[in-house]
Write a protein that binds this ligand. Structure first.
Ligand code: NAP
Length: 247
């Protein structure tokens, strides 16, 4: 079988970067999408240094025209993408009554509309190929709620619903669509939250049944399984990676 091509959004940092590295190590050709083009190229160069094949592209997932152009470019550079991992995301904090319309729109635009745009951009190609895998990174907060994170939790809950709809619409086309809601994963996003005083890492470890913080590689391992050949009967599912904290 010839190597498959994947797009990983937010692939230059944290969970997305670990997924990019893992898929490349598994023999997948990887297009790293990130809004920071230099960081995307750096992540791709690190993969190539390790013997994988990758390209890095500056893509803001809120820019639909840029997403479409980048998907076409990936087709030219690596072959038609049949794997999509949506990991690009942003957080926002503040009491619900103080969330501005602008902030709400921004978080929804990246986390939910951006995810939908990338799915729409790649799905026609997957249908033509008769094979595809989409993994949407949501958040364990969709199960637990999280005070002060209304826009974020609403956006990630939308990702969960979107995943279920797309799974049903494309199930007969050879395309699976699943979501991983991670919880408490050591990444730049989590470290920013901790340094902003919004999360106490030691306290959270205490509250985590397996007794440690999660690693981006923990999420990448689950993702690698879901995008593989053997996962063809798994679609519309929510596969938590959270050290036992949430379902
Ligand atoms: P991260 O290190 O901040 O990685 C997210 C990446 O997405 C960054 O490179 C970020 O770029 C990029 N990005 C943001 N907006 C973008 C846009 N409009 N277009 C393209 N790229 C964009 O965070 P992470 O922890 O790995 O998070 C990955 C995903 O997991 C996110 O969707 C997050 O919500 C989810 N998640 C994480 C945790 C956790 O514990 N870490 C828990 C639950 C869910 P910038 O750095 O320039 O913003």
């Amino acid at each position: 079988m010839s190597a498959r091509t994947a797009i990983v959004t937010g692939g230059a940092s944290g969970i997305g970067e670990a997924i990019s590295r893992r898929l490349a190590a598994d023999g997948v050709l990887v297009a790293v999408f990130d809004r920071d083009g230099a960081a995307a190229e750096e992540a791709a160069a690190a993969i190539e240094k390790d013997g994988g094949r990758a390209v890095g592209l500056a893509v803001d997932v809120t820019d639909r025209a840029a997403v479409d152009a980048a998907v076409a470019r990936v087709g030219e550079l690596l072959g038609r993408p049949v794997i999509l991992v949506n990991s690009a995301g942003i957080t926002a904090f503040g009491p619900s009554l103080e969330v501005s319309a602008e902030l709400w729109d921004r978080v929804l635009a990246v986390n939910l509309t951006g995810t939908f745009a990338c799915c729409q951009a790649v799905l026609p190609g997957m249908v033509e190929e008769g094979w595809g895998r989409i993994v949407n990174i949501s958040s364990s907060s969709v199960h637990s709620g999280s005070p002060g994170m209304a826009a974020y939790v609403a956006s990630k809950s939308g990702v969960l619903g979107l995943t279920k709809v797309l799974a049903l619409e494309f199930a007969k086309k050879g395309v699976t669509v699943n979501t991983i809601p991670p919880g408490f994963i050591d990444s730049p996003m989590l470290r920013d939250t901790a340094s902003g005083g919004r999360l106490d890492v030691a306290q959270q470890i205490e509250r985590t049944p397996v007794g440690r913080i999660g690693l981006p590689e923990d999420v990448a391992a689950a993702c690698a399984f879901l995008v593989g050949e053997e996962a063809s009967y798994i679609t519309g599912q929510v596969i938590g990676v959270n050290g036992g904290r949430n379902t």
